[in-house]
Design a protein around this ligand. Structure first.
Ligand code: NIG
Ligand code: FE
Length: 398
């Protein structure tokens, strides 16, 4: 049965052709329609969008009571498959202990020890938590297994809840390989990658990712990261990179050079990095993860400067047990607006349209698109940052 949604005070379509080109920087991109309606088909696709007084009839109707409706958030960077607790590490950081990636081994040990059903239940609870905060699409990385079997298991469990899975065997060098890093890179680029792609290039993972970070003894340098990404690309995977998180480094330029879909963190950038990102516009997205700067007491990247330089900027949560155990995109939006100089419109666009693009998706509310939308208990999307910390947005169950 088709459904007519009415009572939408403000609809963000992400379709500039539809909007009234309203003033705020970035607002034209959002394609905002006021007093809007949406018709959703029986199979969950958007059939019609426009002003409510022009809406066609449908089999059923639902009045949203003057709320704002937005495209569901696309969280394009998460590490949801993990067990164990690292809250003490967070507490230590708040009193001055710096983050260096060493705690990842704690999550690896706990994840290896967990049963499939325990991991499945943890992932399901985290995805539900996200949906309750407006996220309708999620990318999930492996990376807390770091053996062939444990990485495959993580990807299989992630695949049960999303097609957007990423092989992150190159998260860190696990403790048992600490004295032979090259052997671990060989394992990732050989047997692990072969197993991940055994049933077809993207049968288990859509992308490959690497923690390229010379400032962490546990992560991978530029040469190792290049080897891993080139192997992943040859195997048919899209590329993603954790780059320039703990200090300046080669990650951003490597990602741009290799045509990665996204390079994530981008906390420490020099002029050449920004130029490379601007030149890679349309191919490589800079995914900012301000929850990480919050949870690691790091400086925030200058989102304003990146947008002004012409860089495609996305926002995601990086929900993980170490650097940011927050699954909240509204929190990331509030930080982007308060700490990174982005307008509310730019932040919303970054957490929907641009993060979607980094997964090869189109996130507009337009005819033919899946009706993946979120509803805000407020008349406008401005309230996402304005009412920071208040649970006013959720995915709309149709
Ligand atoms: O995206 N930087 C590397 N990986 C994660 C953190 C993982 C952890 O500490 O458990 C991140 O920040
Ligand atoms: Fe991450």
């Amino acid at each position: 049965m088709s459904l007519l949604l009415t009572g939408i005070a403000e609809l963000t379509t992400n379709d500039p052709a539809r909007g009234d080109g309203h003033s705020d920087r970035g607002d034209a991109l959002l394609g905002v329609v006021r007093d809007a309606a949406i018709v959703v088909s029986a199979d969950g696709l958007v059939e019609w969008v426009g002003p409510a007084d022009e809406a066609p009839d449908a089999d059923t109707r639902r009045d949203l009571g003057g709320r704002a409706v937005i495209p569901g958030f696309v969280d394009s960077h998460t590490h949801l498959v993990f067990a164990g607790d690292r809250s003490a590490e967070f507490a230590a950081r708040m009193t001055g202990t710096p983050y260096d990636g060493g705690g990842i081994a704690v999550s690896v040990a706990a994840t290896r020890a967990a049963s499939d059903d325990e991991l499945r239940a943890l992932v399901a609870a985290r995805v539900a938590e996200m949906r309750a905060q407006g996220t309708t699409t999620v990318e999930i990385k492996s990376g807390y297994g770091l053996t062939l079997d444990d990485e495959l298991r993580s990807l299989r469990i992630a695949r049960e809840v999303t097609p957007h899975t990423t092989f992150l065997g190159a998260h860190v060098v696990p403790p048992e390989y600490a004295s032979d890093r090259a052997a671990y890179v060989d394992l990732v680029t050989g047997p692990m990658l072969d197993a991940v792609t055994a049933d077809g290039p993207t049968s288990l993972a859509e992308s490959i990712d690497v923690f390229c970070e010379p400032h962490s003894a546990h992560a991978f340098d530029g040469d190792e990261a290049r080897t891993i990404l080139e192997a992943g690309r040859a195997a048919g995977l899209a590329l993603r990179v954790h780059g320039n998180q703990l200090g300046p480094g080669p990650g951003v330029r490597l990602a741009c050079e290799l045509g990665a879909r996204s390079v994530d963190h981008c906390t420490f950038l020099d002029d050449a990095d920004v130029e490379a990102l601007a030149a890679a516009r349309g191919t490589t997205v800079a995914t900012l993860l301000p929850g990480v700067e919050f949870s690691t007491r790091s400086p925030y990247p200058d989102g304003r400067a990146l947008i002004d330089a012409g860089v495609d900027v996305a926002l995601a949560s990086d929900c993980n047990p170490g650097t940011c155990y927050s699954s909240s995109i509204p929190f990331a939006i509030a930080l982007a607006v308060r700490e990174m100089g982005m307008t509310p419109a730019e932040a919303l666009y970054a957490a929907t349209a641009v993060s979607a693009r980094s997964l090869g998706l189109d996130r507009r509310i337009a005819p033919g698109q899946p009706a993946e939308v979120a509803v805000i208990d407020a008349p406008s999307h401005l309230h996402l940052a304005y009412r920071a910390g208040v649970p006013i947005v959720r995915a709309l169950d149709l």
